[in-house]
Design a protein around this ligand. Structure first.
Ligand SMILES: [Zn+2]
Length: 143
């Protein structure tokens, strides 16, 4: 078991995943990427995405180019959608997976949840307005 990899300490939770860089039988190379988890699968796979600005000389402006990478998500790390993660290159683990998540560096999920909460707050007010109109109709009927 490795306690530290590329300056990253092992997570507190232990796992029995063979493809885990800390508790399994896998070696990582110092070829790192950071990205945000955009897709999570039940078979401990995840897809990460990051963007960079690319200069277009013809229009003298920048365009956003995105890169995606399918990575292994060990069960001791278990990164969720929206989290910023650090991935390292390993040996090929399947047809499309050559990288593994070694660290969750930050969570943006909280912000996304907050946005959803705002949307939820808006929804009842709309319903409330409907109730008002219904009440007004009732008043009209009584008159
Ligand atoms: Zn592990």
């Amino acid at each position: 078991m490795n306690k530290e990899l590329l300056g990253v300490k092992a997570p507190k939770k232990e796992c029995t995943d063979k493809k885990c860089p800390f508790h399994g039988e896998i070696n990582v190379k110092k070829e790192l990427f950071t990205g945000r988890v955009i897709k999570k699968e039940v078979n401990r796979s995840a897809t990460i995405e990051w963007s960079k600005s690319y200069y277009v000389p013809k229009y003298e402006r920048y365009e956003i180019r995105r890169s995606r990478l399918r990575v292994h998500n060990p069960s001791c790390i278990d990164a969720n959608i929206g989290e910023e993660v650090l991935v390292a290159r390993t040996r090929p683990m399947s047809k499309t997976k050559n990288h593994v998540i070694i660290k969750v560096s930050g969570a943006k999920k909280v912000k996304i949840d907050a946005e959803h909460l705002v949307e939820d707050k808006n929804a009842p007010t709309e319903k409330g307005e409907h109730h008002k109109t219904e009440k007004q109709k009732e008043k009209h009927n009584t008159k």
